[in-house]
Design a protein around this ligand. Structure first.
Ligand SMILES: Cc1cc2nc3c(=O)[nH]c(=O)nc-3n(C[C@H](O)[C@H](O)[C@H](O)COP(=O)(O)O)c2cc1C
Length: 196
């Protein structure tokens, strides 16, 4: 069942824009809430954007990706730096011991930019995209946007940035999924081996 949903999933950039009930939106959010995270820190907040003017502004900040305007709603997946114990930074130091000192001395702003890759919002985002698919709702990820402008628009606290935005809606047309690499091309067992 899950594989069937995944086989038919594809990014949609042409939505009908029709309203989606709060009940379904909450179902999608709940799927995100249940995500795993390193140390169960859950270093995220989720911003639901339904207001059409706000959706338009997001599309402008996303370097005028006009298609975003057709979405019924957006969810901003926001990463928050974990305060105090800075568990995140200690974990990165342990993961990259050769540059531990650099990581230790990196100022918060730079650290926060680099941190985005690690920051685990893609997990709740994936849960959400799947929960939406169960209801026939398609989605597309957006990470091509000006992070500073997005923080201002969403009035985010200083320790948080929007890592990605997910745009949701019903597709106008059925779209064939894109071709994916075969398992043989991307899987190795035990030790990586280059096939001649
Ligand atoms: C993290 C991430 C960021 C993305 N950002 C954008 C984006 O800013 N704009 C866009 O049109 N698509 C974006 N995409 C969608 C990809 O282009 C799309 O997933 C890819 O082409 C594969 O197509 P598929 O999702 O239909 O399999 C993003 C996808 C991911 C996973």
């Amino acid at each position: 069942m899950l594989l069937e949903l995944l086989r038919n999933r594809t990014s949609i950039r042409n939505f009908t824009g029709e309203d989606i009930s709060m009940e379904i939106i909450k179902y999608i959010l709940e799927a995100g809430r249940l995500s795993p995270s390193g140390g169960n820190e859950q270093p995220w907040i989720f911003g639901v954007i339904i207001d059409k003017d706000m959706i338009k502004k997001v599309s402008e900040i996303a370097y005028n990706q006009k298609w975003i305007e057709s979405a019924s709603f957006l969810i901003a997946l926001c990463t928050c730096i974990v305060e105090k114990e800075c568990g995140g930074r200690d974990i990165q130091k342990a993961r990259f011991p050769k540059i531990a000192e650099v990581i230790e001395n990196m100022n918060d702003e730079i650290y926060s930019c680099l941190n985005v890759e690690e920051h685990q919002t893609k997990i709740p985002g994936t849960h959400m995209a799947l929960a939406a698919l169960e209801h026939g709702i398609a989605s597309t990820w957006v990470s091509y946007f000006d992070v500073d402008k997005m923080s201002m628009l969403l009035n985010l606290p200083k320790a948080c940035i929007a890592s990605e935005i997910l745009a949701f809606g019903y597709p106008v047309n059925k779209k064939e999924p894109l071709k994916k690499k075969k398992l043989e091309e991307i899987v190795f067992y035990n030790v990586f081996k280059i096939e001649k």
